[in-house]
Design a protein around this ligand. Structure first.
Ligand SMILES: Nc1ncnc2c1ncn2[C@@H]1O[C@H](COP(=O)(O)OP(=O)(O)OP(=O)(O)O)[C@@H](O)[C@H]1O
Ligand SMILES: [Mg+2]
Length: 258
Protein backbone atom coordinates (compact mmCIF):
# COMPACT_ATOMS: atom_id res chain seq x y z
CA UNK A 1 0.00 0.00 0.00
CA UNK A 2 1.45 3.40 -0.91
CA UNK A 3 0.04 6.30 1.03
CA UNK A 4 2.56 8.96 -0.01
CA UNK A 5 3.55 9.28 3.64
CA UNK A 6 7.07 8.41 4.81
CA UNK A 7 7.51 5.01 6.40
CA UNK A 8 6.96 5.36 10.15
CA UNK A 9 10.13 5.09 12.23
CA UNK A 10 8.10 3.28 14.88
CA UNK A 11 4.77 1.50 14.66
CA UNK A 12 2.53 -0.08 17.28
CA UNK A 13 -0.40 -2.32 16.42
CA UNK A 14 -2.99 -3.24 19.04
CA UNK A 15 -0.40 -3.20 21.76
CA UNK A 16 -1.52 -4.03 25.28
CA UNK A 17 0.61 -4.29 28.37
CA UNK A 18 -0.81 -5.86 31.49
CA UNK A 19 1.23 -5.93 34.69
CA UNK A 20 0.12 -8.80 36.82
CA UNK A 21 2.23 -8.69 39.94
CA UNK A 22 0.70 -9.52 43.33
CA UNK A 23 -2.53 -10.77 41.76
CA UNK A 24 -3.94 -7.33 40.92
CA UNK A 25 -3.71 -6.90 37.14
CA UNK A 26 -3.04 -3.37 35.86
CA UNK A 27 -3.64 -2.61 32.19
CA UNK A 28 -0.93 -0.01 31.52
CA UNK A 29 -1.49 0.01 27.73
CA UNK A 30 -4.82 -0.86 26.20
CA UNK A 31 -4.90 -1.79 22.48
CA UNK A 32 -2.65 1.03 21.31
CA UNK A 33 -2.10 1.49 17.57
CA UNK A 34 0.22 4.35 16.68
CA UNK A 35 2.59 5.44 13.89
CA UNK A 36 5.56 7.67 14.75
CA UNK A 37 6.85 9.72 11.80
CA UNK A 38 10.61 9.97 11.15
CA UNK A 39 12.56 13.21 11.62
CA UNK A 40 9.90 14.66 13.86
CA UNK A 41 9.62 15.56 17.51
CA UNK A 42 6.60 13.76 18.94
CA UNK A 43 5.46 14.63 22.46
CA UNK A 44 3.41 12.30 24.65
CA UNK A 45 1.36 13.80 27.47
CA UNK A 46 -1.12 12.44 29.97
CA UNK A 47 -1.83 12.13 33.68
CA UNK A 48 0.47 10.26 36.06
CA UNK A 49 -0.10 6.53 35.67
CA UNK A 50 -1.67 6.86 32.20
CA UNK A 51 0.98 4.61 30.63
CA UNK A 52 3.49 7.06 29.11
CA UNK A 53 6.64 5.39 30.45
CA UNK A 54 5.27 1.96 29.64
CA UNK A 55 4.61 3.13 26.07
CA UNK A 56 8.20 4.35 25.74
CA UNK A 57 9.64 1.13 27.19
CA UNK A 58 7.60 -1.00 24.81
CA UNK A 59 8.55 1.17 21.81
CA UNK A 60 12.24 0.95 22.74
CA UNK A 61 12.20 -2.81 23.24
CA UNK A 62 12.97 -2.44 26.95
CA UNK A 63 9.73 -4.15 27.86
CA UNK A 64 7.65 -6.70 25.95
CA UNK A 65 3.99 -6.06 25.25
CA UNK A 66 1.47 -8.62 26.52
CA UNK A 67 -0.09 -8.61 23.04
CA UNK A 68 0.23 -6.72 19.76
CA UNK A 69 3.24 -5.87 17.60
CA UNK A 70 5.96 -3.21 17.60
CA UNK A 71 8.05 -2.28 14.55
CA UNK A 72 11.09 -0.01 14.43
CA UNK A 73 11.45 0.95 10.79
CA UNK A 74 10.91 -2.27 8.89
CA UNK A 75 12.10 -4.43 11.77
CA UNK A 76 9.48 -6.19 13.86
CA UNK A 77 10.92 -6.11 17.37
CA UNK A 78 8.21 -8.14 19.06
CA UNK A 79 9.55 -11.67 18.88
CA UNK A 80 13.26 -10.79 18.87
CA UNK A 81 15.41 -12.62 21.41
CA UNK A 82 16.88 -10.73 24.36
CA UNK A 83 20.31 -10.68 22.65
CA UNK A 84 18.89 -9.36 19.40
CA UNK A 85 16.97 -6.66 21.28
CA UNK A 86 20.09 -5.64 23.19
CA UNK A 87 22.11 -5.29 19.99
CA UNK A 88 19.32 -3.31 18.33
CA UNK A 89 19.02 -0.97 21.31
CA UNK A 90 22.76 -0.31 21.38
CA UNK A 91 22.99 0.60 17.73
CA UNK A 92 19.66 2.12 16.84
CA UNK A 93 17.95 3.48 19.93
CA UNK A 94 18.73 6.23 22.42
CA UNK A 95 16.89 6.40 25.73
CA UNK A 96 16.77 9.07 28.41
CA UNK A 97 15.12 7.55 31.45
CA UNK A 98 12.89 9.24 33.98
CA UNK A 99 15.61 8.23 36.49
CA UNK A 100 18.78 8.98 34.55
CA UNK A 101 20.52 5.58 34.87
CA UNK A 102 24.07 6.90 34.76
CA UNK A 103 26.85 4.50 35.74
CA UNK A 104 28.02 5.82 39.14
CA UNK A 105 31.63 4.65 38.77
CA UNK A 106 32.15 6.33 35.38
CA UNK A 107 32.94 9.99 34.70
CA UNK A 108 30.69 12.21 32.59
CA UNK A 109 32.96 11.64 29.58
CA UNK A 110 32.92 7.86 30.08
CA UNK A 111 29.16 7.81 30.58
CA UNK A 112 28.62 9.76 27.35
CA UNK A 113 30.93 7.39 25.45
CA UNK A 114 29.44 4.27 27.03
CA UNK A 115 27.20 3.39 24.04
CA UNK A 116 30.35 3.11 21.87
CA UNK A 117 32.16 1.11 24.54
CA UNK A 118 29.25 -1.32 24.80
CA UNK A 119 29.30 -1.68 21.02
CA UNK A 120 33.04 -2.44 21.19
CA UNK A 121 34.19 0.50 19.17
CA UNK A 122 35.65 3.97 19.54
CA UNK A 123 33.90 7.07 18.22
CA UNK A 124 35.48 8.26 14.94
CA UNK A 125 36.62 11.87 14.34
CA UNK A 126 33.19 13.03 13.21
CA UNK A 127 31.49 11.35 16.16
CA UNK A 128 34.00 12.89 18.58
CA UNK A 129 33.27 16.33 17.11
CA UNK A 130 29.54 15.75 17.54
CA UNK A 131 30.04 14.60 21.13
CA UNK A 132 32.01 17.76 21.95
CA UNK A 133 29.29 19.88 20.38
CA UNK A 134 26.52 18.36 22.49
CA UNK A 135 28.64 18.28 25.64
CA UNK A 136 29.42 21.98 25.14
CA UNK A 137 25.86 22.94 24.33
CA UNK A 138 24.59 21.08 27.37
CA UNK A 139 27.03 22.95 29.62
CA UNK A 140 29.04 19.86 30.60
CA UNK A 141 32.43 20.71 29.10
CA UNK A 142 33.93 21.60 32.49
CA UNK A 143 32.40 18.56 34.22
CA UNK A 144 33.81 15.78 32.00
CA UNK A 145 35.89 14.22 34.76
CA UNK A 146 33.17 14.33 37.41
CA UNK A 147 31.30 11.26 38.57
CA UNK A 148 27.48 11.41 38.68
CA UNK A 149 27.44 11.84 42.49
CA UNK A 150 29.53 15.00 42.02
CA UNK A 151 26.91 16.54 39.72
CA UNK A 152 23.66 18.38 40.34
CA UNK A 153 20.44 16.63 39.32
CA UNK A 154 20.20 18.83 36.24
CA UNK A 155 23.79 18.04 35.21
CA UNK A 156 23.11 14.33 35.61
CA UNK A 157 20.05 14.69 33.42
CA UNK A 158 22.03 16.57 30.77
CA UNK A 159 24.71 13.86 30.85
CA UNK A 160 22.01 11.26 30.19
CA UNK A 161 20.78 13.34 27.25
CA UNK A 162 24.30 13.71 25.83
CA UNK A 163 24.77 9.93 26.12
CA UNK A 164 21.49 9.23 24.34
CA UNK A 165 22.33 11.60 21.46
CA UNK A 166 26.00 10.55 21.15
CA UNK A 167 25.47 7.74 18.64
CA UNK A 168 22.82 9.62 16.62
CA UNK A 169 20.35 6.78 17.11
CA UNK A 170 17.56 6.10 14.58
CA UNK A 171 15.16 7.13 17.29
CA UNK A 172 15.55 8.77 20.66
CA UNK A 173 13.09 8.22 23.48
CA UNK A 174 13.18 10.72 26.32
CA UNK A 175 11.03 10.31 29.42
CA UNK A 176 10.58 13.75 31.01
CA UNK A 177 14.05 14.97 29.95
CA UNK A 178 13.41 18.42 31.41
CA UNK A 179 11.62 17.22 34.55
CA UNK A 180 14.43 18.17 36.96
CA UNK A 181 15.86 21.17 35.15
CA UNK A 182 15.55 24.88 35.81
CA UNK A 183 13.90 26.93 33.06
CA UNK A 184 17.19 27.90 31.39
CA UNK A 185 18.62 24.35 31.27
CA UNK A 186 15.23 23.09 30.11
CA UNK A 187 15.29 25.53 27.19
CA UNK A 188 18.86 24.48 26.31
CA UNK A 189 17.84 20.81 26.28
CA UNK A 190 14.82 21.54 24.10
CA UNK A 191 16.87 23.63 21.69
CA UNK A 192 19.43 20.84 21.26
CA UNK A 193 16.65 18.29 20.73
CA UNK A 194 14.81 20.43 18.18
CA UNK A 195 18.09 21.17 16.39
CA UNK A 196 18.86 17.46 16.19
CA UNK A 197 15.48 17.00 14.49
CA UNK A 198 15.89 19.95 12.11
CA UNK A 199 19.57 19.50 11.25
CA UNK A 200 20.03 15.79 10.87
CA UNK A 201 16.56 14.37 10.93
CA UNK A 202 16.74 12.87 14.39
CA UNK A 203 13.44 11.17 15.32
CA UNK A 204 12.45 11.88 18.91
CA UNK A 205 9.60 10.78 21.15
CA UNK A 206 9.42 12.77 24.34
CA UNK A 207 7.24 12.43 27.43
CA UNK A 208 6.52 15.63 29.29
CA UNK A 209 4.05 17.15 31.73
CA UNK A 210 5.02 20.67 30.66
CA UNK A 211 2.95 22.39 27.92
CA UNK A 212 5.83 24.78 27.20
CA UNK A 213 8.15 21.83 26.52
CA UNK A 214 5.51 20.00 24.46
CA UNK A 215 4.95 23.16 22.39
CA UNK A 216 8.33 22.45 20.68
CA UNK A 217 6.86 19.26 19.19
CA UNK A 218 5.56 18.65 15.67
CA UNK A 219 2.82 16.46 17.14
CA UNK A 220 1.40 16.07 20.65
CA UNK A 221 -0.31 12.81 21.57
CA UNK A 222 -2.46 12.76 24.72
CA UNK A 223 -2.94 9.46 26.48
CA UNK A 224 -5.31 8.53 29.29
CA UNK A 225 -5.89 5.14 30.91
CA UNK A 226 -3.39 3.43 28.62
CA UNK A 227 -4.69 4.63 25.30
CA UNK A 228 -4.25 7.69 23.03
CA UNK A 229 -7.37 9.84 23.31
CA UNK A 230 -6.59 12.87 21.15
CA UNK A 231 -3.69 14.71 19.50
CA UNK A 232 -2.56 18.05 18.13
CA UNK A 233 -0.79 18.26 14.76
CA UNK A 234 -1.03 21.97 14.03
CA UNK A 235 -1.46 25.19 15.94
CA UNK A 236 0.72 23.69 18.65
CA UNK A 237 1.18 26.30 21.37
CA UNK A 238 1.53 25.96 25.13
CA UNK A 239 -1.93 27.53 25.46
CA UNK A 240 -3.56 25.08 23.02
CA UNK A 241 -1.91 22.15 24.83
CA UNK A 242 -2.98 23.42 28.26
CA UNK A 243 -6.53 23.76 26.93
CA UNK A 244 -6.63 20.11 25.78
CA UNK A 245 -5.20 18.98 29.14
CA UNK A 246 -7.92 20.94 30.94
CA UNK A 247 -10.64 19.37 28.79
CA UNK A 248 -9.26 15.89 29.47
CA UNK A 249 -9.17 16.59 33.22
CA UNK A 250 -12.78 17.80 33.13
CA UNK A 251 -13.79 14.71 31.18
CA UNK A 252 -12.03 12.47 33.74
CA UNK A 253 -13.73 14.34 36.63
CA UNK A 254 -17.17 13.97 35.07
CA UNK A 255 -16.56 10.20 34.68
CA UNK A 256 -15.53 9.96 38.35
CA UNK A 257 -18.54 12.00 39.53
CA UNK A 258 -21.10 10.30 37.36
N1 LIG B 1 6.60 -2.90 36.64
C1 LIG B 1 5.32 -2.64 36.94
N2 LIG B 1 4.58 -3.51 37.68
C2 LIG B 1 3.29 -3.26 37.96
N3 LIG B 1 2.62 -2.16 37.54
C3 LIG B 1 3.30 -1.27 36.80
C4 LIG B 1 4.67 -1.44 36.47
N4 LIG B 1 5.08 -0.38 35.72
C5 LIG B 1 4.00 0.42 35.63
N5 LIG B 1 2.93 -0.11 36.26
C6 LIG B 1 1.58 0.49 36.34
O1 LIG B 1 1.16 0.78 35.01
C7 LIG B 1 0.49 2.04 34.97
C8 LIG B 1 1.21 2.97 33.98
O2 LIG B 1 2.48 3.28 34.53
P1 LIG B 1 3.51 4.26 33.78
O3 LIG B 1 4.76 4.23 34.54
O4 LIG B 1 3.55 3.89 32.34
O5 LIG B 1 2.75 5.67 33.94
P2 LIG B 1 3.23 7.13 33.50
O6 LIG B 1 2.18 7.68 32.58
O7 LIG B 1 4.61 7.09 32.98
O8 LIG B 1 3.15 7.95 34.87
P3 LIG B 1 4.12 9.15 35.44
O9 LIG B 1 3.64 10.40 34.76
O10 LIG B 1 3.79 9.15 36.90
O11 LIG B 1 5.54 8.80 35.14
C9 LIG B 1 0.45 2.56 36.40
O12 LIG B 1 -0.79 2.24 36.95
C10 LIG B 1 1.56 1.81 37.09
O13 LIG B 1 1.29 1.62 38.45
MG1 LIG C 1 6.42 7.83 33.70
Amino acid sequence: MTTGLPMPIARLREVSKVFDSSGAAVTALNQVSLDIAPARLTAVMGPSGSGKSTLMHVLAGLDRPTSGTVHLGERKITGLSDDELTALRRRRIGFVFQAFNLVPTLSVKENVRLPFELDDRKPNAEERAWISTIVGRLGLADRLKHRPNELSGGQQQRTAIARALATRPDILFADEPTGNLDARSGREVMSILTEAVAEFGQSIVLVTHDPIVAAHADRVIFIADGTPVTELNEGITAEAIAQVMLELDERADSVVNR
